[in-house]
Design a protein around this ligand. Structure first.
Ligand code: BTN
Length: 322
C-alpha cells in the first residue's frame, strides 16, 4: 500500500484498523505503519486510535481529474488545453516549464503534493497531500512582455473570483498579489515569464490555495497563513470543486486579460484592495511612507506621499501599525 492508497482508505474520516489495512493491501502491519509515518512526515495529521487503528481528524476528498473536468462548464472544458493530475511532483510550475514547448495553451497541471513547491523570493511552498490545491497553468501571449504588466495582480483578482464562486467571503488582496484573510496568507501566486520582449511569450501561473491547514503546518509556514476551512466555519469546501472553480476562473480570466489587459481588472482589484487608505511602509531602494491609493492600469501601487502621488512598480509593502 502506497501513501496515496492509505490516504484514500482514511479519506472518509472513519477509523480503520492497521490489521484491516494490512489485509486489504496484502502487506504487514509494520509496512502500513511505515506509510502512516510517511503521510505524517508530509504533514497529514493521521491520528492513532490505539488498537482501533488510524483516522484523520476530518474527512477529505482526494483530487480526481475526472470529477474536476466534469464540474467545468462546457466552454471552459474546450478552452483548457490539457488537464493533468499527479500524486506527487517536484513543482507543478517546474513540470510545465520542462514541457512548455509541447503543451497546448491553457494547459493545467495539478498535484496532490509537491516535493519542492516554490514560492516567491526563493521560498519553499509547503505542499502536504490531501489538504490544499497546487496548480499551474500555461498561458501564451503574442504581444510581448510589455502587454503583461499587471498579470500577476489580475491573477489575484481571478483567485478572488474563485472564492466568490465558492461562496467564501472574508479575503482580500495585498499588493501585488497576496490573497489574505486577516493577516494570514490564503493563497500564493507565482507568475514566471519566458519568451521575447516584443514577440511571443508565455506565462506559467502557479497558484497554491490553502484549503485546510493543520496547526503544525501553520507553525512551519514561516509566515501568517489562513485556510478556506476557517473562512467556512471549519467546513472545508470539496477540493475538487475548489480546483474546478479555480480552473474555470483562470481560463476565463486569462483570456479576458489577453484581450483587454489589466485595465479590465482595475475596478475589481479596488474592491478587494486591503491596502487602500492604509498607512503603508514601502521598502524598495529606499523606504517610503504614504497612504495606499489603489493601483494604476499597469498594476503599479499608488502611494499618496508628502511629495504627491507616487507609482511603485516593485517593493515590499507592509501596513504601518500606529
Ligand atoms: C508565493 O510565495 O506567494 C507564491 C506561492 C506559489 C505556490 C504555487 S503551488 C503551485 C505552483 N507550484 C509551485 O512550485 N509554486 C506554485
Amino acid at each position: 500500500m502506497q501513501a496515496q492508497e492509505l490516504l484514500l482508505a482514511l479519506a472518509d474520516g472513519g477509523t480503520v484498523s492497521g490489521a484491516q489495512l494490512a489485509e486489504r493491501a496484502g502487506i504487514t502491519r509494520a509496512a502500513i505503519w511505515k506509510q502512516v509515518e510517511s503521510l505524517r512526515a508530509r504533514g497529514v495529521p493521521v491520528q492513532s486510535q490505539g488498537t482501533a487503528g488510524y483516522r484523520l481528524p476530518w474527512p477529505l476528498q482526494l483530487l480526481d481529474a475526472a470529477a474536476i473536468k466534469a464540474a467545468l462548464p462546457a466552454k471552459v472544458r474546450k478552452q483548457v488545453g490539457l488537464l493533468e493530475l499527479h500524486w506527487e511532483i517536484d513543482s507543478t510550475s517546474s513540470e510545465i516549464q520542462r514541457r512548455a514547448a509541447n503543451l497546448p495553451d491553457l494547459s493545467i497541471v495539478l498535484a496532490e503534493t509537491q516535493s519542492a513547491g516554490r514560492g516567491r523570493r526563493g521560498r519553499t511552498w509547503l505542499s502536504p497531500p490531501g489538504l490544499n490545491i497546487y496548480l499551474s497553468c500555461l498561458k501564451r501571449f503574442d504581444a510581448g512582455f510589455a502587454a503583461l504588466s499587471g498579470l500577476s495582480l489580475a491573477v489575484g483578482v481571478i483567485v478572488m473570483r474563485t472564492l466568490e464562486a465558492l461562496g467564501i467571503d472574508g479575503a482580500g488582496l495585498k499588493w501585488p498579489n497576496d490573497v489574505l484573510s486577516g493577516d494570514g496568507k490564503l493563497a500564493g501566486i507565482l507568475v514566471e515569464l519566458s519568451g521575447e520582449y516584443q514577440g511571443p511569450c508565455a506565462a506559467i501561473i502557479g497558484v497554491g490555495l490553502n484549503v485546510r491547514l493543520t496547526s503544525a503546518l501553520r507553525e512551519q509556514a514561516g509566515q501568517p497563513v489562513n485556510d478556506l476551512a476557517s473562512l467556512a466555519a471549519g467546513d472545508a469546501p470539496d477540493r475538487n470543486r475548489v480546483a474546478s472553480a479555480l480552473i474555470g476562473a483562470l481560463a476565463e480570466g486569462l483570456i479576458q486579460f489577453e484581450r483587454e489587459g489589466f485595465a479590465a481588472f482595475v475596478g475589481e482589484y479596488a474592491q478587494h484592495d486591503l491596502l487602500l487608505g492604509k498607512a503603508l511602509r514601502v521598502q524598495g531602494a529606499a523606504d517610503t511612507h504614504g497612504i495606499g491609493a489603489g493601483v494604476d492600469a499597469r498594476g503599479a501601487l499608488l502611494l499618496e506621499t508628502h511629495d504627491g502621488l507616487r507609482a511603485i512598480d516593485s517593493a515590499d509593502v507592509s501596513v504601518r501599525r500606529t
